[in-house]
Write a protein that binds this ligand. Structure first.
Ligand code: NAD
Length: 276
């Protein structure tokens, strides 16, 4: 069940499969993370905006697993628009995370209509230079956002976390990321369940004796994408990690690649302006 590791552009390794904690209520988070760790996940994708960082840290502390064996991500909340606010928020994350300082810290959204993201990126850069976070990166960055950042920063983001699934395969951004040494991570990897009703996915799942979710997640892994499905039920957590004893053929990969229709299930980073 062990997920392969991907080496980021500064030598830090990240497990290619993780567990996402968006939309898990704070009071349910500790149990969910403990169940995910029990199922074998060793990578947790969290964020300040999910309002459950403290509970993620408590679960890690209670699990009995060496925190160094767990890869944790956090993200700077959209509520912080200035350099000083970003600094304070980073300090708060370190307190909330408890036994486990995040291994990776991301700028959650560019919010180009609200602020200049370079102002808060400076605080993230500084936290990286100070050795607070082993790696830093961005989320929801389109190519022009990345071009601006790369042109004005010495630090190349280690990852870019974007909405990505077979209906929104994001090939241009993935190619840009790869060309610049940035690992692409997928959020909503099964399109919040939308992909599970697809006939092509269903057909491949039947051929392989696997579930549609496993087929979609396997497509991500074989495409070199880092992925962290979310589920609150231990049975689905186990289903979503049972991906390392089968493979999709080149034809099956091509059939899933052909499903792209640039369909979002979430917000568009060019216009999104919500301050969570
Ligand atoms: P997802 O594609 O993982 O879908 C989650 C939904 O699918 C849930 O309703 C869950 O019950 C269901 N599901 C999960 N496994 C299933 C299975 N095996 N069979 C049937 N249904 C199943 O979408 P998501 O939760 O939006 O994204 C996953 C993670 O990505 C989040 O938890 C978070 O960590 C991250 N994320 C990041 C951003 C960002 O802006 N950076 C945005 C959204 C999500």
């Amino acid at each position: 069940m062990t997920a392969p590791q991907i080496v980021l552009n500064n030598g830090v390794s990240i497990p290619q499969l993780g567990f996402g904690v968006f939309q898990i209520e704070p009071e349910d988070t500790k149990a969910a993370v403990l169940a995910a760790l029990e199922a074998g996940y060793r990578h947790i994708d969290g964020a300040q905006g999910y309002r459950n960082e403290r509970e993620v840290g408590e679960a890690i502390a209670e699990s009995g697993i060496d925190p160094a064996e767990i890869f944790l991500t956090s993200k700077l909340s959209n509520a912080h628009l200035t350099y000083d606010e970003a600094h304070r928020a980073i300090d708060q994350t370190i307190v909330d995370a408890g036994v486990k300082t995040p291994d990776l810290f991301l700028l959650h959204w560019p919010l180009p209509t609200v602020r200049d993201y370079m102002i808060v990126w400076r605080a993230v850069e500084e936290a990286y230079r100070d050795g607070i976070f082993p790696a830093v990166g961005v989320s929801n960055f389109h190519i022009p956002h990345l071009e601006r950042l790369l042109g004005d920063s010495d630090i190349v983001p280690a990852v870019n976390q974007i909405e990505l699934h077979p209906y929104l395969s994001q090939k241009p951004i993935r190619d840009f990321d790869e060309a610049h040494g940035i690992v692409t991570e997928a959020w909503s990897p099964i399109g919040q369940g939308l992909l599970l009703k697809d006939d092509v996915i269903g057909g491949i799942a039947a051929e392989l004796g696997r579930t549609p979710a496993q087929v979609v997640l396997r497509w991500h892994l074989q495409s070199g994408i880092v992925v962290f499905p979310k589920s609150s039920t231990p049975e689905r957590m186990r289903e979503n990690i049972a991906l390392f004893d089968f493979e999709l053929t080149a034809d099956q990969m091509a059939a899933i690649d052909a499903l792209n229709r640039d369909q979002r299930t979430g917000m568009d980073p060019d216009t999104f302006r919500y301050k969570f």
